[in-house]
Design a protein around this ligand. Structure first.
Ligand code: SF4
Length: 267
């Protein structure tokens, strides 16, 4: 039986054509989505039928999903002992109807005193983990205004190649082709246009969480220099989220932007 434990295990099963028919920017993005439970292998129309039709041949990410659910249950069990009002002040969130209301990636999520999360949109397992961990572990630091790349986070260097593939590369490709829409991210994520950060042509500061800003810098193609895009986190980010959650936040941002681009194409 083929064991699926990482996005690369899924990637090996794919044609690697990046054709986007699964409505994701690349086969690698699809691989991450399969592992997080947002997509099924069968959502790729090009995957060999024999793999999809014979589930016994392949142990698809069940253990990973189960682990995420178990981790969420464990975190949820700590919420009843937390003062949600104090958390709201610490995280830059609000209390609405007795629940902690926190904006994450432009959507409102409501967390009750038992740790149950509701939202107008589907709450993916990774968002549940991210929010619960943020509520429990965040030290509530205000942003320092100092920016660091993902690879400079603790153990970030190890995961940086995958972060580049799943977050920075798809964002760069969308910025290349939809530069105007790219700036719409400011409105989606309550951001600001920053001036010329790191000598970039476009720099946006977005707030995927109220106290967790992300800086996106895009350099347009110039002469023989190819366009490039890099993401920076505030130096306090690790006082708000663990590395997995920071990674998921970046990938989630790229996926949300992809949805904006697809919606625009359909119009
Ligand atoms: S449809 Fe399949 S081959 Fe095409 S990008 Fe998605 S995963 Fe890759």
């Amino acid at each position: 039986m083929t064991q699926i434990k990482t996005p690369l295990d899924v990637y090996k099963l794919l044609p690697k054509s990046n054709c986007k028919q699964c409505s994701l920017p690349s086969c690698l993005a699809f691989s991450a989505a399969v592992l997080s439970g947002e997509r099924q292998l069968a959502d790729c129309p090009h995957i060999a039928g024999s793999i999809v039709d014979e589930p016994k041949k392949i142990d698809i990410h069940k253990s990973t999903l189960q682990k995420r659910e178990e981790a969420a249950d464990q975190l949820r069990s700590q919420i009843p002992s937390i003062d949600l009002l104090a958390s709201a002040q610490k995280l830059g969130a609000k209390i609405i109807g007795g629940k902690l209301a926190i904006k994450c990636l432009g959507k409102d999520f409501f967390i009750d005193s038992m740790g149950n999360i509701t939202s107008e949109c589907h709450t993916h397992a990774w968002i549940t983990l991210l929010l619960l961990d943020h509520i429990i572990s965040s030290k509530g630091d205000n942003p320092s205004g100092q920016w660091i790349p993902f690879r400079e986070l603790k153990k970030g260097a190890e995961r940086n190649p995958l972060f580049e593939q799943l977050c920075e590369k798809p964002l760069k490709e969308m910025a290349d082709t939809h530069t105007d829409l790219f700036e719409d991210l400011i409105y989606l994520f309550s951001g600001d246009r920053s001036t010329n950060m790191f000598s970039s042509d476009i720099s946006l500061i977005l707030y995927p969480l109220p106290k967790v800003p992300i800086l996106i810098c895009y350099w347009k193609e110039e002469g023989e220099m190819e366009a490039s895009l890099h993401i920076f986190f505030d130096s306090t980010v690790e006082n708000h989220l663990n590395l997995q959650a920071i990674f998921d936040l970046g990938v989630g941002l790229a996926m949300m932007f992809e949805k904006v681009v697809l919606k625009h194409k359909r119009k």
